[in-house]
Write a protein that binds this ligand. Structure first.
Ligand SMILES: Nc1nc2c(ncn2[C@@H]2O[C@H](COP(=O)(O)OP(=O)(O)OP(=O)(O)O)[C@@H](O)[C@H]2O)c(=O)[nH]1
Ligand SMILES: [Mg+2]
Length: 243
């Protein structure tokens, strides 16, 4: 059997307190029979995250820091990582330890048979250490699912593995903008494109160091307006096809 390879994409903004240990943990979590690259996609963090990664992992050509200096943004960094990646198998995760590298082997294993494998807090066995965040996300996911009709329980988790070629065939400009909202757009378009999607239980941890960049109020407004826009687009297309 040919050896498989994976590209792990870690978007960072001011993650100097987490990134070195995280990369080391990701390295330890990738099954030994897999080839790998780890792409740290940094948006020119003022705390020197890029330089820290560059210097610390200078001797490992498979840890690749990417510096973005224009058009900053979480979703756009992930797209840049996917476009740069060399492997067909991609793993996307946050760099603050919310997403536990220990889940990588299970994601990769299930990824052998599905196009997209999403680490879910809400399927059986999934959980989140931050109970308040868990409950708010669960309620909000119900609203999202009513609106955009994904058959996925966790549309905001953003911890997943996917086939790179399948992702690149999706309408990237309609998905990769904004913040965590890009993930429900990705699931929506992946489902529409007929990709096979499955959720596996994942435990979401607490950020280890540094500050969260999310602002709950702003997220609520942008995510909801994003979901409504997506819904309108779906309705418009459905009307056009019924004429
Ligand atoms: N490249 C890049 N990464 C970002 C940007 N904003 C956030 N990130 C990274 O995206 C991940 C998620 O950001 P967080 O601030 O933890 O926000 P969150 O996970 O949505 O929210 P919390 O639950 O509060 O942690 C982290 O790895 C951040 O470093 C950005 O503008 N560019
Ligand atoms: Mg986080």
């Amino acid at each position: 059997m040919t050896q498989q390879s994976v590209s792990v994409i870690l978007p960072t903004f001011n993650e100097s307190g987490n990134i070195v240990e995280l990369v080391q943990n990701v390295l330890m979590s990738i099954p030994p029979d897999w080839r790998y690259e780890i792409l740290v996609v940094d948006d020119n963090s003022p705390d020197g995250t890029y330089e820290l990664v560059r210097q610390t992992f200078e001797g490992n050509p498979n840890v690749v820091p990417l510096l973005r200096t224009t058009d900053r943004g979480f979703a756009k960094s992930i797209r840049a990582g996917i476009e740069k990646a060399c492997s067909e198998r991609i793993v996307i995760m946050d760099s603050d330890y919310t997403h536990d590298p220990a889940e990588i082997p299970r994601l990769l294993h299930v990824g052998d048979v599905y196009d997209v494998v999403s680490g879910s807090r809400f399927c059986a066995g999934g959980r989140m250490v931050d109970t308040k965040h868990y409950v708010i996300s669960m309620l909000y996911n119900w609203v999202l699912r009513l609106l955009i009709r994904t058959q996925v329980q966790d549309n905001l988790g953003g911890y997943y593995t996917a086939r790179r070629s399948a992702l690149l065939a999706l309408p990237l400009d309609e998905i990769f903008f904004g913040y965590g909202d890009y993930y429900f757009r990705l699931l929506h378009f992946a489902q529409k494109a007929g990709l096979s999607i499955v959720e596996v239980p994942a435990q979401y941890l607490l950020r280890k160091q540094g500050k969260s960049k999310s602002n709950w109020m702003r997220m609520f407004v942008t995510y909801t307006s994003g979901a409504i826009r997506l819904k309108m687009r779906v309705l418009k297309l459905a009307r056009r096809h019924s004429i």
